[in-house]
Ligand binder design. Structure first.
Ligand code: TYM
Length: 329
């Protein structure tokens, strides 16, 4: 089985990225051939400061390694180091329709109230499909918010294969039942997001312990005092229970039994310690990689070589299938 996924270098990673995506990456690398990409071309779909983008690209690569992705098991690389991503995105763009791209909810959300919406933002899902199809991935670990993009990728796969002959593997999404959608700490009907202007809504992967304690103390709760998992009636507490369970390894039922009548304050204080215990070793490794950036750069260079070999194989077939004249033809 081959697995592909990507993370954008846009702002600090948060607990939603970690619990929804990165923990799945680490688990999958044992049993599957994995490629994990820092999708810098996707980050360009909104205006970016070039110096920051370069820095954040290295930071996401360091975060991958700090979370436990082992370059001996998985290929870690930067999207723009393999130019075939952009080439395949163009070809897939030529079979994508204006209507289907316009229906993407992420595009609708991001373009709302914007005057200068870029072609890149509109075509974001086509580039994402190219990332996946270039490596003939069987499975794509993602958070729930990327489900619609993956459905579009599957539609494009079937359309391309029907029009030009079997070329691409049909990829399956892998979305955690728990952790696939971590919600905002301030507004539990919205997902935890890098772009939320209120930083109290999220916990950064690399935030200090006292800030994590403070943010969880301030996290909104629901009416009543009972700690109980019920996403309809108690969305805020249910979200906190999911985070607690994923960080401590205990089941939600165990946590419900322990905190049923203890009140929110003790529940949130213990939750903070569980989150801190989970993140501390990751933060320590992250600091080590930050101090040894050359190690990260070498990993990325080797990763790009491996990825490029796979990508050029797929692109040779794609160019031939769609009828591009090769220089040697
Ligand atoms: P990005 O960087 O926005 O998010 C990275 C991953 O984190 C997941 N995620 C969440 N999971 C649970 N709860 C949340 N609140 C939460 N917020 C974010 C995202 O679903 C994602 O898995 N479009 C992708 C990047 C990408 C990609 C790809 C992914 C580009 N090409 C090819 C897979 C395959 C994205 O949203 O990145």
């Amino acid at each position: 089985m081959r697995v592909f996924s990507g993370v954008q270098p846009t702002g600090a990673l948060h607990l939603g990225n970690y619990l929804g995506a990165l923990t799945q990456f680490v688990r999958l690398q044992e049993d599957a051939e994995c490629l994990f990409c820092v999708v810098d071309l996707h980050a360009l779909t909104v205006p970016r400061n070039p110096v920051e983008l370069r820095r954040e690209t290295l930071q996401v690569a360091s975060a991958y390694l700090a979370c436990g992705i082992d370059p001996a098991h998985a290929t870690v690389f930067v999207q723009s180091h393999v130019p075939e991503h952009a080439e395949l995105a163009w070809i897939l763009g030529c079979i994508s329709t204006f209507g289907e791209l316009g229906r993407m909810t992420q595009f609708k959300d991001k373009s709302q109230n914007e005057h200068n919406v870029s072609l890149g933002l509109f075509a974001y899902p086509t580039l994402m499909a190219a990332d996946i199809l270039l490596y003939q991935a069987d499975a794509v670990p993602i958070g729930d918010d990327q489900k619609q993009h993956l459905e579009l990728c599957r539609d494009l796969t079937q359309r391309f294969n029907a029009r030009f002959g079997p070329t691409f593997t049909l990829p399956e999404p892998l979305i955690g039942q728990v952790g696939g959608r971590i919600m905002s700490l301030q507004d539990p009907v919205h997902k935890m997001s890098k772009s939320d202007p209120d930083s109290n809504s999220r916990i950064g992967l690399f935030e200090p312990a006292d800030i994590i304690r403070q943010k969880l103390r301030r996290a909104v709760t629901d009416t009543g005092r009972e700690v109980r998992f019920d996403q309809e009636v108690k969305p805020a507490v249910s979200n906190l229970l999911e985070i607690f369970s994923l960080c401590s390894g205990e089941t939600i039922a165990t946590l419900e039994a322990r905190y049923a009548d203890s009140g929110y304050a003790r529940f949130k204080a213990d939750l903070a310690e569980a989150v801190i215990a989970k993140l501390e070793p990751i933060q320590a490794r992250y600091r080590e990689y930050q101090a040894a950036e050359d190690v990260v750069r070498v990993t990325l260079r080797q990763g790009a070589e491996r990825a490029a070999a796979l990508a050029s194989e797929t692109m040779a077939t794609v160019r031939e299938r769609v009828g591009l004249l090769g220089p040697g033809d």
